[in-house]
Each structure stands twice: as structure tokens, then as C-alpha cells.
Ligand binder design. Structure first.
Ligand code: KG4
Ligand code: ZN
Length: 335
């Protein structure tokens, strides 16, 4: 079995995965959303201290599996430096205590592998990875061959949902709140610009749209003056622009890509409106859409463990794991 640890942002999670069967036998996660909510976003130092409390709390529940462990896997990049360090310190201690190897896991690859927690691997597949830190389309040919076809020039989808919620004083994380308000909103009341719609670039950008939302919120008098309906309408118009942007750029890739299997992964993959829009796009381009079970869309150690099983089978061990907090991704290989 492999014990895996996730602490790249504000979720402390540990899982145990059977190597032979790839079965998830233990999984627990403690989220810090409530603690960060008052700040409207994640405070790294606070997150780090909360991991230091939560991870050992989960770890004690896994003691019965210790004799069966063959490796310890941990997310080492990308993420917040101070929170990654909490998971890595625990992983190194367990590895030396139990005398078993370490496996370093790229968080983005783990999100892609969240698709395979409950089913067999599907290769090749095109993965739309939309999370709090990233927005990209990755061509996944195999465990060791992942190519970034498009990425964001500035902010990520999840972060833009979080910021829009913050502008309207709605709490954190903003994704589920904006999605819920959008259901009661008029998506035609404001016309927000669809990012890069006149650009041939196959890339994403959210900063301009975020700014347009900020100006609209100000024009409506700010969060304290706006009515509940105003907030629903802003949420609906913002989400509509995000979806148009995602579809416009994805279309360009779908049109020239023979791969038939497509998936949406990452925290924002939990958004039903985004998923429904993608389902429509897939039908048009004769693609099959796969999705991560809702429980594994946001950060978790089960996906880290599932990736680690394939790393174990490929003998991909690390003698010493370094924290690599900032990984600037441009189109190219996902390392
Ligand atoms: O994958 P994840 O847990 O963490 C990162 O790797 O960043 O993603 C968290 C992000 C947050 O920004 C959150 O607002 C967003 O996913 N999110 C959503 C929804 N649920 C979570 N965004 C849009 N709609 C949702 N329903
Ligand atoms: Zn994530």
C-alpha cells in the first residue's frame, strides 16, 4: 500500500491506496474553508499552522496500515511553499521511520489522475484542468507524457470566482457561492467581455473579466448597497462570460484534435453549469466527456495516491523531496 499526503493549499488530506488493485482503502480530508472565509481567501501562514494540527489528527487513524506500506507519496509542487512543507516534513519522517521510499507528486498530474480513482486509466485523453491555481488544457498521452496545449496568461478560473465573491462580500470559497447565486440571476443584465474573444491565441485570461466585474460592482454601489438580486445578476453574467471563454478556446483545440476522450478536472469541475456547457460542446465535436466524482474534484490525497501507484510501478522514487511552490507553466510538457 501507499500512504499519500496532500497539503498544497487549504485542504489537509491523507489516503491509503492498494498498489496491486489501485483501490482506495482509506481517505480523509480536513478543509480549512471556514477559517479562511473571514479573510476572503487563503492566508498561507494560517493554512500552514492548521495543516500542522490536522495532518497528525488524520495520520493516527492510519496506523493499522503501517506494516503494509511500501512507499510514502506527497504533493511537492505547485502550491503554497509553507503549506507544502508541512506535508513534505511528515512524508520524510514517515519514510525514514518505516524505511520505505518517497514519491514526489505534481499536484496538477494528481488532479488529472482523480479521473482514475474509481475507474481504469483512459489514455489518450484531453483534460481541462480548472482549479484555484490553474486553468489549462492538457493532452495526456500516458503517465509520462502530458503536454500543456493552453494555459492562462494571468489568473485562474477558480481564483476569479473567489475574487468576484470577495468583491460582493459573499465569503470563501467563491466558486460554489457564485454558482448558486447565478441560478437566480439574469445572465443578460450586464454584458461582461469574453476574454481574448478577438485574439487568435489559444490561451486563457481572467484578469480583464475580473476587472469588469469590479467596475460593475462599484457602479451598483458596492457590496453593502447592492441588492441580493444585483449580486445574483452579476454572478450569472460573470459565469456566462467564463463559460463562453472556456468554450471558445476549447473549440479551437477540439477542432484539430483527434483524441475522442475529454475530461474536466480540478476544484471548478464541480460547477454544473460549466460541466453542462462542456457536455454540449463534446456532443458537437463527437467527443466523450468524463468527469471526476464530485468528492475528488477539489484537493484530496486520494488522487495523489492514485498517481503514486503508477509512479511506483514506474520506479519513480525520490531520494530527497524539495518544495517547488511556484511552477510557472507555459505551453509545453507538464513536468
Ligand atoms: O482544485 P482545488 O481544490 O484547489 C486548487 O488546486 O487550486 O480548487 C479550488 C478552487 C477554488 O478557487 C474554488 O472557488 C473553485 O475551485 N470551485 C469552484 C466551484 N467549486 C470550487 N469554482 C466554480 N464553481 C464551483 N462550483
Ligand atoms: Zn488542486
Amino acid at each position: 500500500m501507499i500512504l499519500s499526503i496532500e497539503s498544497s493549499c487549504d485542504d489537509s488530506s491523507i489516503a491509503i491506496t492498494e498498489i496491486e488493485t489501485k483501490k482506495l482503502v482509506f481517505h480523509e480530508k480536513i478543509s480549512q474553508e471556514k477559517e479562511h472565509s473571514i479573510y476572503g481567501g487563503v492566508v498561507p501562514e494560517l493554512a500552514s499552522r492548521l495543516h500542522a494540527v490536522a495532518l497528525p489528527k488524520i495520520l493516527v487513524k492510519t496506523k493499522e496500515y503501517f506494516p503494509k506500506l511500501r512507499a510514502i507519496a506527497v504533493t511537492n509542487q505547485p502550491g503554497l511553499g509553507v503549506t507544502l512543507m508541512e506535508g513534505i516534513a511528515m512524508a520524510k519522517t514517515l519514510s525514514s521511520m518505516l524505511d520505505i521510499p518517497l514519491i514526489a507528486v505534481n499536484h496538477l498530474k494528481a488532479h488529472i489522475y482523480s479521473l482514475f480513482i474509481e475507474k481504469e486509466t483512459i489514455f489518450p485523453i484531453l483534460a481541462l484542468l480548472i482549479s484555484g491555481g490553474h486553468t489549462m488544457i492538457v493532452r495526456v498521452k500516458s503517465f509520462e507524457n502530458m503536454q500543456i496545449l493552453a494555459t492562462t496568461l494571468d489568473d485562474s478560473i477558480g481564483e476569479s470566482f473567489d475574487k468576484c465573491a470577495k468583491m460582493m462580500d459573499l465569503g470563501y470559497p467563491g466558486g460554489p457561492i457564485i454558482e448558486r447565486l447565478a441560478l437566480s440571476g439574469d445572465a443578460n443584465r450586464f454584458s461582461f467581455p469574453v476574454p481574448l474573444s478577438n485574439s487568435p491565441l489559444i490561451a486563457f485570461s481572467l484578469s480583464g473579466l475580473k476587472n469588469a466585474v469590479r467596475l460593475q460592482v462599484e457602479a451598483l454601489g458596492g457590496a453593502n448597497i447592492m441588492s441580493e438580486q444585483d449580486k445574483c445578476d452579476v454572478a450569472a453574467c460573470f459565469q456566462k462570460a467564463v463559460i463562453s471563454h472556456l468554450l471558445q478556446k476549447s473549440k479551437k483545440i477540439f477542432a484539430n484534435e483527434p483524441i475522442r476522450d475529454v475530461a474536466i478536472v480540478g476544484g471548478a469541475a464541480a460547477n454544473r453549469s460549466i460541466a453542462n456547457a462542456f457536455e454540449g460542446l463534446c456532443k458537437t465535436y463527437n467527443k466523450r466527456l468524463h468527469s471526476t466524482p464530485l468528492a475528488y474534484c477539489s484537493d484530496n490525497a486520494a488522487m495523489v495516491g492514485r498517481y503514486a501507484v503508477d509512479a511506483f510501478k514506474n520506479n519513480l522514487f525520490s531520494n530527497d523531496i524539495q518544495t517547488l511552490p511556484t511552477q510557472k507553466h507555459i505551453a509545453g510538457t507538464l513536468l
